[in-house]
Design a protein around this ligand. Sequence first.
Ligand code: SAH
Length: 256
Amino acid sequence: MTDRELEILVDFHKDGQRQGPGSDKITEQALKLTEIDLNRSLKVADIGCGSGAQTMILAKMIIGEITAIDLFPEFLEKLDIRALQNKLHKKIKTVACSMDQLPFQEQELDLIWSEGAIYIMGFEKGLKEWRKYLKTGGVLAVSEISWITDNRPNEIQKYWDQAYPEMDSIPNKLSQLKKNGYTPLAHFVLPQACWLDNYYDPIEERLPNIKRKNPKNKDVDAFIIQEQEEIRLYKKYKEYYSYVFYIARKTKAEMN
Ligand code: SAH
């Protein structure tokens, strides 16, 4: 992606409530499935936090400190404002850095959270690299796009083979968790409303604005076409794939 393309992407998505499929209820549900005792003080990382939709829910539900990490300060600025408005700022520290260079000590975290972002470094690489930051018995909760049927039409298979070659079935994602030193505790498929009502509908509403602001910009036009294509394919093939929340505990093992 060129710098200009990135700039368009960030500029557009920073105005969204969220930058990926999800919902407040889903975050709450996933946190309960971690089986973590919410009455003790926790150290949490929210990786690829975006403008912080899920960070607000986590901060409401936990005691302790959340480090919210994103590569783009534009998103973190939005998150900081939201945290202040919700009087949650004392619990949240934002850090602009890349998810493959996290600012944590080994065995520091009780909980690693990441919604719709681990795919950026790749699911398996993320599992491998992040594990060392978890305390023994610490929990990883990530949402990851996955195939939810055994077979699917060529058009959608081809699209995702190209867009995200690591996209895989739920059983294979669970195997990868186990292979990399995690014990799966729970997983569930995000409902379609998380994609449509909470993510794609707001995008479709905002796309005309970016066109209005940049009436003759080739890169903006290309961006709009790309977003529309992703949405069209989701609407056509939503039976075949979704984000899936995976919740897994760091297995006590010699591997570090
Ligand atoms: N968790 C949020 C955002 C998901 S979108 C939500 O569900 O709404 C993915 C996020 O990852 C974006 O905010 C993007 O800026 C961020 N991101 C992209 N590359 C990154 C990197 N290398 N390191 C950290 N964050 C990154």
